[in-house]
Write a protein that binds this ligand. Structure first.
Ligand SMILES: O=C(O)C[C@@H](Cc1ccccc1)[C@H](O)SCc1ccccc1
Ligand code: NI
Length: 184
């Protein structure tokens, strides 16, 4: 199982590289990694398992964060009352449409690969259309808005060498570009 010690931290060049596209069929190692990444997210959202293994909660995990510079990320976004809004492993994702309207989480963002709090709004598109392949290589499309859209953009950033704080206005961290809503 993936533990916090397996998660690469800011400063490691793998987090600033553009990850490699994957060809299909995926080999067994890549399929196992996909499983392990999703298992980490499930474990990290289970209070007992997270406590036992000292896991930070995660709603997304990108392969570069476990040292694998490949275009793959796991998403597990819970909704209200244990509903699951989004559970998917995305391969070779591309954002094909982004809304003009932007959104930022009221509490800012964190990252499993960044051990320090970095305050400030992280403006992102409020709605995105993402085309990707699933683990079987089937072409899929997701249309997401608000929190799930923020999460998938955070993860796709990881595949392209970006970290959340790259988007924070350095001089006025809590300034908001026009057309930007705050998500509480
Ligand atoms: O480091 C990661 O990629 C996982 C992040 C993803 C993320 C952070 C902020 C905003 C959107 C996505 C972790 O999930 S950070 C911890 C966390 C846990 C639950 C809810 C929000 C953030
Ligand atoms: Ni992150």
């Amino acid at each position: 199982m993936i533990l916090m010690k397996d998660i690469v931290r800011d400063g490691d060049p793998v987090l600033r590289a553009t990850a490699q596209q994957l060809d299909f069929p995926l080999n067994d190692e890549t399929k196992q990694l996909a499983h392990d990444m999703m298992e980490f997210l499930v474990n990290s959202q289970d209070p007992k398992i997270a406590e036992k293994h000292q896991l930070r909660a995660g709603v997304g995990l990108a392969a570069p964060q476990v040292g694998q510079s490949i275009q793959m990320a796991a998403l597990l976004v819970p909704g209200e009352d244990d509903e699951i809004l989004l559970q998917e492993v995305i391969v070779n994702p591309k954002i094909t449409r982004s809304s003009v309207r932007q959104a930022a989480l009221a509490e800012g963002e964190g990252c499993l690969s960044v051990d320090r709090d970095i305050p400030g709004y992280v403006p992102r598109a409020d709605k995105v259309t993402v085309r990707y392949q699933n683990l079987d290589g089937e072409e899929k499309e997701l249309k997401l808005k608000d929190y799930p859209a923020i999460v998938i953009q955070h993860e796709i950033d990881h595949l392209n060498g970006h970290l959340f704080y790259d988007h924070i206005n350095q001089t006025e961290p809590f300034s908001l570009p026009k057309n930007t809503i705050i998500l509480s």
